[in-house]
Design a protein around this ligand. Structure first.
Ligand code: XMP
Length: 596
């Protein structure tokens, strides 16, 4: 089959590129940079992915240089673009860091930009930039801050983009990838149905005469995976277990019970292990540590349930609803930096995956494809369109702390303060940290908070400029529902049941708000995050984090009418344990969707 190979330099988006190419009905596969050329016989084109390194780092993945002389079209993206420049004798320099949208002026729309406008919105996420072009390359696109944003060598059919066409925020990125595929003269003969057949066969071969024991959270992924395993193997060879870990949403467990009996699954057990989860995470604040403990506790709970049921581990494999992004952000591709460890990718499970003991029918798919598949399998729309909810649940939405704050006095540069003042905004920094992703690397930095004016356009611009200009800020929030920002201090707080109950209440109120205002299908996900920040040590703070996304690899913060939002903030402030409400106005990157 005609194939476009994506060479994976560890960027967040290597798999996303392949996924996008497949959506064009063209087969795409991922390969390591030192791949043997013999393994690329069906190659019609090569895409070099982005990556977390600089091209001059000593530890960059070794590349097989023969890739450059295969005489087929090549497209380099971000790190791949810089690699092409270095390979052919140009210059790359550490320089202006850029994260977010930019306006690309197209200087030649005869080839890869065919059919596009004079200017296009593109998505940038890079640290280094090209400083001088190699011979025989010309510029075909530039932005205000990036003079070599798109380059082309006509003799060799090699293209380089500093930006990411594979993310939805590059408005016509798909058209650019399709133009590239046309330049490669690829046949469009790959289909999701064929891919599904493959997976059916693969799972049958992997499971052989064994059975599969699977943890089912009731979310979209695990429900679709469970349904699929039931179809492939039959109900008597699959057993599901839903664990109440103490981090579920309000009434979540009851809902799972109802849904599963409504859809006639008789092979699902529900057990309460919340005491164990709360005991194991007691006194832990560091997000990665929390995630690892929770992942491990899931496995221990599954083990103990299997023992109690008298299931022989030699006869049973572990089923998981892992999807592509879970493995990528956990550093699952060979070169990817760990952004966060997803609960289903902790070391213990990674070892089991290596031994072939884990069955993951969705591991190649993105959320939208999982939904498509769910519909195909006959699951109802309201189940398939549920907002995703992370495996570790509210544990990663209730931020914890030992109460000792970092020194944040010099985090903001004075220029940023001046810019905000000019726009009629006040700005401050919150004494807490959250996870983010910048230029393919994990960040763990402070949020800035702005207040004093409500204006979405202004928020959008100021948020990007604040995170670009302040290396220790990876997120910006706007305060809502109050005029003055209290002097918020970090307080000691862990995963205590009463804190989780507080968050459960607010989270339920926020989800009701989305339902009542018909926003559930417009907003893709809306984490409600509890921050241990208060002025007197008694109360806490809340962050609302609604996002619009397609693939969850990148996202924009959602803009909800201020009138509605202010009412919601008022409702939240009516809970006597909440002091301040913030609204997250950070895109992903640089902020991840979740705060941990
Ligand atoms: P981030 O926060 O990385 O989230 O932008 C991307 C998507 O992944 C979900 N997420 C998880 N899902 N286990 C999961 O099953 C996890 O450990 C986990 N962490 C994040 C997140 O809710 C969002 O949809």
């Amino acid at each position: 089959m005609d194939t476009i190979y994506v060479i994976d330099f560890g960027g967040q988006y290597a798999h996303l590129i392949a996924n996008k190419i497949r959506r064009l009905n063209i087969y795409a596969d991922i390969k390591h940079p030192c791949v043997n050329i013999d393994a690329l016989k069906s190659a019609k084109g090569i895409i070099l992915s982005g990556g977390p390194n600089s091209v001059y780092d000593e530890n960059i993945p070794k590349i097989n240089n023969k890739l450059f002389s295969m005489n087929i079209p090549i497209l380099g993206l971000c790190f791949g673009h810089q690699l092409i420049v270095r390979e052919f004798g140009g210059k790359v320099k550490p320089g202006f860091k850029e994260y977010g949208t930019a306006r690309l002026a197209l200087l030649d729309n005869s080839t890869i930009f065919k059919g596009l406008a004079e200017h296009e919105q593109v998505w940038m996420s890079h640290g280094d930039s090209v400083a001088a072009l190699p011979d025989h390359f010309k510029v075909i696109g530039k932005t205000k801050d990036c003079p070599y944003a798109a380059i082309y060598n006509a003799q060799r059919n090699i293209f380089g983009f500093q930006f990411h066409p594979e993310v939805t925020h590059t408005t016509h990125g798909m058209a650019m990838l399709e133009n590239f595929a046309n330049i490669c003269q690829c046949r469009k003969d790959w289909t999701i149905k064929g891919y599904l057949n493959d997976i059916f066969e693969k799972i049958k071969n992997q499971v052989k005469n064994k059975k599969v024991f699977m943890l089912v959270s009731g979310g979209v992924d695990s429900t679709v995976a469970f349904t699929m395993l039931n179809k492939i193997l039959g109900e008597d060879r699959v057993l599901g277990l839903t664990i109440d870990n103490g981090f579920c949403r309000k009434n979540e467990i009851d809902q799972v019970r109802e849904t599963m009996s409504k859809y006639n699954f008789h092979n699902l057990l529900i057990q309460d292990h919340s005491d164990t989860f709360l005991a194991n995470t007691a006194g832990v604040a560091e997000p990665e540590k929390k995630r690892n403990i929770i992942g491990r506790t899931f496995i221990e709970a599954a083990d103990s349930a299997m023992k109690k049921l008298g299931l022989n581990p030699d006869q049973w494999l572990l089923g998981q609803g892992t999807i592509y992004p879970d493995t990528i952000e956990s550093g699952g591709t060979k070169n990817a930096a760990v952004i966060k460890t997803h609960h289903n990718r902790i070391d213990m499970i990674a070892e089991m995956v290596k031994k072939g003991l884990v069955v993951e029918p969705l591991v190649q798919l993105y959320k939208d494809e999982v939904r498509e598949l769910g519909i195909e399998l006959g699951l109802p729309e309201e189940m398939v369109w549920r907002h995703p909810f992370p495996g570790p649940g509210l544990a990663v939405r209730a931020l914890c702390s030992n109460g000792e704050a970092d020194d944040i006095s010099n985090v903001l540069n004075p220029e940023t303060i001046k810019i905000c003042e000019k726009q009629g905004l006040k700005i401050s920094v919150l004494p807490i940290r959250s996870v983010g992703v910048q230029g393919d690397v994990r960040s763990y930095a402070h949020p800035a908070v702005i207040y004093g004016k409500q204006d979405w356009k202004l928020y959008e611009n100021i948020s990007t400029s604040i995170t670009n200009a302040n290396p220790e800020i990876n997120r910006v929030v706007a305060m809502i529902g109050s005029e003055t920002l209290p002097e918020l201090k970090l307080k000691k707080a862990y995963l205590w049941r009463d804190r989780l109950d507080m968050l459960r209440q607010i989270d339920a109120a926020v989800m009701d708000f989305l339902e009542e205002n018909n926003l559930i299908r417009i907003i893709w996900q809306m984490p409600t995050v509890l921050l241990p920040l208060s002025s007197n040590g008694n109360k806490e703070s809340i962050v609302l984090r609604p996002v619009i996304t397609r693939d969850f690899m990148t996202a924009s913060f959602a803009q909800i009418p201020f009138a509605l939002l202010n009412n919601l903030a008022e409702d939240i402030l009516a809970f006597d344990f909440i002091e301040t409400v913030f609204f997250d106005i950070t895109h992903k990157p640089p902020g991840t969707i979740e705060w941990e």
